[in-house]
Write a protein that binds this ligand. Structure first.
Ligand SMILES: NC(=O)c1ccc[n+]([C@@H]2O[C@H](COP(=O)([O-])OP(=O)(O)OC[C@H]3O[C@@H](n4cnc5c(N)ncnc54)[C@H](OP(=O)(O)O)[C@@H]3O)[C@@H](O)[C@H]2O)c1
Length: 328
């Protein structure tokens, strides 16, 4: 079977297609024949060495497919079941993937394989952000960077569904249209600012009667962190959930005091789905919403498995919108 391997930490060119034997599921594992594989920004951190990993590495922690074999002791999943997963371990850029049975998510009958692969990680992240890290409700105004991205489009819809007013940032006119269609009340073109750390908070305060937002969700990180912090109102919260532009340098907590007794957190999804009941609840919520059409899942691009390097180039080059999939 085919799989993509990064032989050493590096750029997208380190990703190589290899032929390898089909793995045997160990205790508690299932073997899945993948139908679609989700690409996430974290895959680029793993590939490039931002997060230390063992190499050679098969990236990927998300996908959907059909169970083809069970490891010893597995009785919660059967051969032939349609499943999806968001796994903390890598290894999903392959035609056949081992998944811990406890991490498999049942795919509703009326959800196609591509949508099922598109939402576990970004969908549950969006869900954790509005219903876990914060509890959004009517009357709240929030700021979200990269509003047309994979997490961004889903988070906007979930926040709007809870009654919040959403302000997003995007870097192009076509991304602005997508963000508006997802429900953003205001879309800011941050690519047009000469001085982003000063101009973005000024624009956000203009849109909020000078107050700022209750919550800023920032997945862009290094380039936007200061601007987001300065956009939050007194006693509000800054949620740093990623670093698409780079990691945020060490931070002096005293700045939270000076900015108005703010809260700051750096959450990761796997701490919000570690409990099996919480995983089932979050997965059920996003899968049901996608199946009924309440949540619109945009698949912005599909690449053959062998072209994973091109997919990484597009994602890191800000060329993508919504979800990017690999098709084995
Ligand atoms: N904490 C968690 O558990 C968790 C889980 C999932 C994802 N995340 C994080 O959430 C963020 C979004 O992930 P995603 O998979 O949905 O990606 P994405 O938003 O689809 O893609 C990243 C977006 O970031 C923006 N961006 C701004 N500056 C950039 C730069 N210098 N290089 C690349 N992109 C830049 C781009 O949008 P514009 O062109 O509009 O600026 C780009 O499209 C990432 O930081 C990811 O690590 C965190």
């Amino acid at each position: 079977m085919h799989a993509m391997v990064a032989r050493e930490p590096g750029g997208p060119e380190t990703l190589t297609l290899v032929d390898r034997t089909v793995p045997e599921p160990g205790p508690g594992q299932v073997l899945v024949r993948t139908e679609a594989i989700g690409i996430n920004f974290i895959d680029t951190y793993h590939r490039s060495g931002v997060y230390p990993m063992d190499f050679p590495l098969t990236p990927g922690g998300e996908g959907s497919g059909v169970v083809s074999a069970l490891g010893p002791g597995v009785d919660t999943v059967a051969v032939g079941d349609r499943v999806a997963w968001a796994a903390s371990a890598s290894g999903s850029y392959a035609e056949q993937v081992l998944v811990d049975a406890a991490q498999t998510l049942p795919v509703p009958d009326d959800l196609d394989a591509e949508t099922a692969a598109a939402i576990p990680l970004q969908g549950m992240t969006a869900h954790m952000l509005v219903d876990g890290v914060t509890r959004l409700g009517p009357g709240q105004t929030v700021l979200l960077t990269a509003g047309a991205g994979g997490v961004g489009l889903l988070l906007t819809q979930l926040a709007v569904a809870r009654g919040a007013r959403v302000i997003t940032t995007v870097s192009s006119g076509s991304k602005a249209e997508l963000s508006r269609a997802a429900g953003a009340a205001e879309v800011i073109r941050y690519d047009q600012f000469d001085d982003l750390p000063a101009e973005l908070p000024a624009r956000v305060r203009e849109l909020t009667d000078g107050d700022g937002v209750q919550v800023a969700y920032d997945g862009v990180g290094k380039d936007t962190f200061d601007a987001c912090l300065a956009s939050v109102r007194r006693r509000g919260m800054l949620v740093l959930f990623g670093g698409a532009s780079g990691q945020v340098p060490p931070f002096d907590l005293q700045r939270l005091n000076q900015a108005g007794s703010l809260f700051a957190t750096r959450p990761k999804l796997f701490d919000y789905i570690a409990d099996p009941a919480e995983l089932a609840w979050r997965a059920g919520a996003v899968f049901d919403a996608a199946a009924t059409g309440a949540l619109n899942v945009r698949i912005g691009a599909r690449y053959p498995l062998a072209d994973a390097a091109d997919a990484h180039r597009a994602l890191e080059g800000r060329q993508t919108t919504g979800k990017v999939l690999l098709i084995p």
